[in-house]
Design a protein around this ligand. Structure first.
Ligand code: ADP
Ligand code: ADP
Length: 229
């Protein structure tokens, strides 16, 4: 349902010695949890930004549910884009809004015929008792739970996660991965998670793409049941 066909992306910067992405082809199945790993500068963020049409490929095409994104105008992209949610490394919460207001925001930007209520979304991440607090009153892990609730409230078909655990300590990171895993199971979404954190991939993903300097080195099956104890 997400397909990269010979995608290259070059930025017109003389400082870049290699393309952000070089001739990348792969497909992510509907409902799959797919990881993307690689060092800083490998092209991970660019790959995510191509999926939600914040960037266009220099060559090749990115198709979501059979639609080539670069053929659509911004207005035509809207129905597709509103079914994609994003979870960020630095949470991206609005500090002058309460937890409930932050979670409600995506519902106010676009109308969604099917969605969770704010209470349902907060309940899912275990933060129903924090709805009237402000982000500054929360721990990092709680902030990320709010970020996940905000992503889930629209019942997205695709959840893009950009380093969702990188700002958190290890035990909090493990909790956040469990929340994402439960969300994947409960809502039957496609998840694409970009991370430096291999344990995140192991706990959450079915497959993982390894990027190196803009090249797709390999796609590995992740199968925790066959890992040695
Ligand atoms: P990663 O997320 O793996 O750290 P990025 O996708 O952010 O990698 O970046 C890949 C490469 O593309 C890097 O060399 C980066 O400097 C370059 N790049 C990314 N975005 C831009 C941009 N908007 N303008 C110029 N160069 C960019
Ligand atoms: P990450 O570590 O999550 O990849 P980066 O710091 O690489 O984040 O990039 C943050 C943002 O800056 C992204 O939107 C990316 O496209 C942009 N960016 C990255 N490298 C460059 C660059 N060399 N010039 C301009 N923009 C860049």
């Amino acid at each position: 349902m997400i397909e990269f066909n010979s995608v290259s992306k070059t930025f017109q910067e003389i400082t870049n010695t290699f393309p952000a992405l070089s001739d990348i082809s792969f497909a992510i199945q509907k409902g799959e949890a797919f990881g993307v790993v690689g060092e800083s500068g490998a092209g991970k963020s660019t790959l995510l930004r191509l999926i939600n049409a914040l960037e266009k490929p220099t060559s090749g095409s990115v198709d979501v549910e059979g639609i080539t994104l670069s053929t659509l105008e911004n207005k035509q992209l809207r129905p597709l884009k509103k079914r994609i949610s994003m979870v960020f490394q630095q949470f991206n919460l609005l500090n002058n809004k309460t937890v409930a207001e932050n979670v409600r925001l995506p519902l106010e930007i676009h109308s969604h015929s099917v969605h969770l209520t704010v209470d349902e979304a907060l309940n899912f991440v275990g933060l129903e008792d924090k709805k009237d607090q402000y982000p500054s009153q929360l721990s990092g892990g709680q902030k990320q739970r709010v970020g996940i609730a905000r992503a889930l409230v629209t019942r997205p078909d695709i959840l893009l996660c950009d380093e969702p655990t990188s700002a958190l300590d290890q035990s909090t990171a493990e909790e956040i991965v469990q929340v994402l895993k439960e969300a994947h199971k409960a809502f039957n979404m496609t998840i694409v998670v970009v991370t430096h954190d291999l344990p995140v991939v192991k706990a959450l993903c079915q497959r993982v793409a390894v990027l190196e300097k803009g090249e797709l080195k390999t796609i590995l099956d992740v199968n925790p049941s066959t890992e040695p104890a």
